[in-house]
Write a protein that binds this ligand. Sequence first.
Ligand SMILES: *[C@@H]1O[C@H](CO)[C@@H](O)[C@H](O)[C@H]1NC(C)=O
Ligand SMILES: *[C@@H]1O[C@H](CO)[C@@H](O)[C@H](O)[C@H]1NC(C)=O
Ligand SMILES: *[C@@H]1O[C@H](CO)[C@@H](O)[C@H](O)[C@H]1NC(C)=O
Ligand SMILES: *[C@@H]1O[C@H](CO)[C@@H](O)[C@H](O)[C@H]1NC(C)=O
Ligand SMILES: *[C@@H]1O[C@H](CO)[C@@H](O)[C@H](O)[C@H]1NC(C)=O
Ligand SMILES: *[C@@H]1O[C@H](CO)[C@@H](O)[C@H](O)[C@H]1NC(C)=O
Ligand SMILES: *[C@@H]1O[C@H](CO)[C@@H](O)[C@H](O)[C@H]1NC(C)=O
Ligand SMILES: *[C@@H]1O[C@H](CO)[C@@H](O)[C@H](O)[C@H]1NC(C)=O
Ligand SMILES: *[C@@H]1O[C@H](CO)[C@@H](O)[C@H](O)[C@H]1NC(C)=O
Ligand SMILES: *[C@@H]1O[C@H](CO)[C@@H](O)[C@H](O)[C@H]1NC(C)=O
Length: 792
Amino acid sequence: MAYIPALLIFVLCFLLSANANAQRNHSNVIHLGSSLSPAANRTSWLSPSGVFAFGFYQSRDGFAVGIWLINQTEKTIIWTANRDDPAVSSKATLDLTRDGQLLLRTNEQGREVPIADVTEPAASAAMLDSGNFVLYNKTSDVIWESFDFPTDTILGNQSLSAGNSLVSSVSQSVQTSGRFRLDMQDDGNLVAYPVNSSTAQYDAYWSTRTALTDDVQLTLNRSGLLFLQIGESGVHVLAKSSYSDKNNGIIIHRATLDVDGIFRLYSHHFGGNNNSSMLMEWSALPNQCQVNGFCGSNSYCSGMGNKAVCNCYPGFDFIDSSNKFLGCYRNFDDNACRRSKDPAMLYSVVPFENMWLGNYPYSVVQMIKKEDCRKSCLEDCNCGAVLYGDDDCTKYKLPLIYGRESENTSDTAFFKVIRENIIAAPPPVPLAPKVVTESKRGLILILAISFGFISSLCIIFAIYSFIRYRRQVFGYRRLSENANLGLTEEFTLRSFSYDELEKVTCGFKEELGRGPFGAVYKGTISGGNKAVAVKRLEKVVEEGQREFQAEMTAIARTHHRNLVRLLGFCIEGSRKLLVYEYMSNGSVADLLFKGEMRPSWRERVKIALDVARGILYLHEECEVRIIHCNIKPQNILVDETGTAKISDFGLAKLLLPNQSRATTGAEGTSEYSYWAPEQQKNALISEKADTYSFGIVLLEIVCCRSSIEVKAATADEIMLSSWVYQCFVTGKLDKLVEDENVDFVTLERMVKVGLWCIQEDPDLRPSMKNVILMLEGAMHIPVPASPVVSLL
Ligand SMILES: *[C@@H]1O[C@H](CO)[C@@H](O)[C@H](O)[C@H]1NC(C)=O
Ligand SMILES: *[C@@H]1O[C@H](CO)[C@@H](O)[C@H](O)[C@H]1NC(C)=O
Ligand SMILES: *[C@@H]1O[C@H](CO)[C@@H](O)[C@H](O)[C@H]1NC(C)=O
Ligand SMILES: *[C@@H]1O[C@H](CO)[C@@H](O)[C@H](O)[C@H]1NC(C)=O
Ligand SMILES: *[C@@H]1O[C@H](CO)[C@@H](O)[C@H](O)[C@H]1NC(C)=O
Ligand SMILES: *[C@@H]1O[C@H](CO)[C@@H](O)[C@H](O)[C@H]1NC(C)=O
Ligand SMILES: *[C@@H]1O[C@H](CO)[C@@H](O)[C@H](O)[C@H]1NC(C)=O
Ligand SMILES: *[C@@H]1O[C@H](CO)[C@@H](O)[C@H](O)[C@H]1NC(C)=O
Ligand SMILES: *[C@@H]1O[C@H](CO)[C@@H](O)[C@H](O)[C@H]1NC(C)=O
Ligand SMILES: *[C@@H]1O[C@H](CO)[C@@H](O)[C@H](O)[C@H]1NC(C)=O
């Protein structure tokens, strides 16, 4: 019987130890009814190992709720809840309420802000050793975790899946959204951009260039390997921590998009006894000046490594000299240029060596002398600065963005400044004077207030123009596309000489077609590996060189996948030529009416949507609204991937007045059949004229036939629009299409949209935005009335 006490002791010990274990684990479970407050004894909940804390930390003029690493010389914040909300006061509380909500209660009128958006009530919460704060439901399944909502950092065992971003913080201590973002794009690329920029190639300043598949995510694993997980098995390693698991103590890895826009990998080593150390393991870029937007507009970046500084260009002053990242404004009156007959007299230029002005010039002229380059900027009111190097003259508008000092000593930048002897501008805003006599105080106060007002206007204007400028110039373009294209081809117009174009087209040998403007020839540039279409404008108004160039620049700014891109131009006296990208599959007219292999139903539906999107862009999305005035199948070209693109846009106003009523005659079809009634009557037209033309084209695409077919089987069928309407009201849409694989729901949609587009009253015709919604089936389409039948 002696073994009984032993057994008892054993059982007791077992229970005690189990109890101790449970106790320890228990202490890290956060129960319903728990709360934290900056003013209370408990301001945070720790993870079991004590490395991570979740709770209130001091931020700005109050407190924020987040997760941080403890015992760090510099507070290392990993995550912040609702980071862009205002800071809360010390009276705020964070409650895991009895009904299973995690709420931040601020003291102002008892406002309640949910920290975690949960669909079912939580049963408990925990701050895990991985740095993940989680909420559990009754069955201990995780129903919410902070790892799903990263701010600027990912930790070991955390991933950033496609479509998500990290956004840098304003500063080390203020975790609100800062100036940069890192996108895990769904095209497989991990790309860093300035936070509010487009995804245009030249806004990006760092990329993994992985563009492989859409199934990619960024992952940092527990042993500090930072990699892109591609599909099931592919791995693209970005960095590896040098700390290995055999080190003593706890190691935490984190990858952060830092305040300066650079993505870095860090390791933290916790040795106990308040001995912790941090190591920067990897940096995506070695130099802060490589970060686009590190300096604000009209300022440039200089310096190496992590010691970059921002300076204003000549002729500019800081918007706020206490925050040099905000950029600079021009310290003289810019408008004088446009008022002046001889702007070159007003300004001089200041040369600046070793400067790079960014990727967004508005004009590149090749083979030109330095002096002519300098002069061309002085005479051009749009020009804020030019860069001259290798006989290329590259002009930039304000605001100048992404500029930095460069090691390329062959380049010289010239900045326009006002001439000293001309007093055209108010003096720059003076700093507050140090000594103020009593009598002048009032006056100075008034001056200070007005200057304050003026400078805030300047800031607002600068920001507005910056945003506007960005919206104008940058089309939506993923980095992965055209990554191999050079700068001049991508975003600027190239100016060609006539001789050059003669060579490019082998003496205008191969004619591709003829339009109202003249003939189009095939050519090749870039040493014969890029096909282009050269359009010789013959019947255009004699405009000044500058107006023509302005027109071309406006066209060049349109960037849309459903518009044929203008690559360059040539003006020599009365000779005017335009160089476009070459469309290898010809026009939609060829495909629909001539081709032996007509496009399939699916291809036709895609062409119709492509055209609609191109027109929508012209009408609503580009800088200057453009009414095409001449939408017809001959003007819609198809590239090698089968994407339809609209051409000849923006040219309508260059046509001679009598020319604009000409017919092409090439196919024997009157151009009038695409014209809206108001256009035929030469009345005032709106965007709805293009809607009408689109309607006719749409019906042609649906039926694969021309809008007027004299040789039709029956008289009813001659006019396509009345024939379609007749089939529609009699419910015999199948008569319109010969194809086998027609989807009749889409067919009916397309027919109804087409009939709405060709209503006589322009107000009845839908906008292109609605046309697209209706074609996509996202918008109900009422039954259309009989359209006008134009018999011209
Ligand atoms: C408590 O945590 C330890 C490790 O931290 C684990 O081994 C043990 O199983 C846990 N106990 C319970 C009751 O969950
Ligand atoms: C803090 O703790 C002390 C002692 O444990 C207790 O008396 C006091 O009420 C607590 N204060 C608050 C605000 O909870
Ligand atoms: C631990 O180290 C941190 C940073 O060096 C310091 O702020 C903190 O006061 C230290 N804590 C103790 C208890 O020494
Ligand atoms: C807890 O969540 C899991 C996963 O969402 C779910 O399957 C389970 O039914 C939930 N349990 C309760 C008690 O709601
Ligand atoms: C890592 O994350 C996965 C899910 O993302 C989870 O199932 C696993 O438990 C985590 N591992 C650790 C050690 O936290
Ligand atoms: C980005 O845009 C948002 C919303 O327009 C604005 O609040 C924010 O200040 C902008 N950030 C920067 C760095 O310009
Ligand atoms: C991290 O990834 C590396 C390479 O795939 C692997 O060797 C290591 O075991 C991983 N570590 C963890 C904790 O998953
Ligand atoms: C933080 O510092 C305290 C006080 O020195 C120490 O007891 C604790 O172990 C440290 N925590 C970590 C995770 O290093
Ligand atoms: C602190 O830890 C580092 C390694 O991380 C070690 O080299 C150093 O000796 C430790 N210092 C103390 C006082 O323990
Ligand atoms: C310097 O010039 C070379 C050749 O023109 C170019 O490849 C390089 O990108 C330039 N470097 C910078 C920093 O602009």
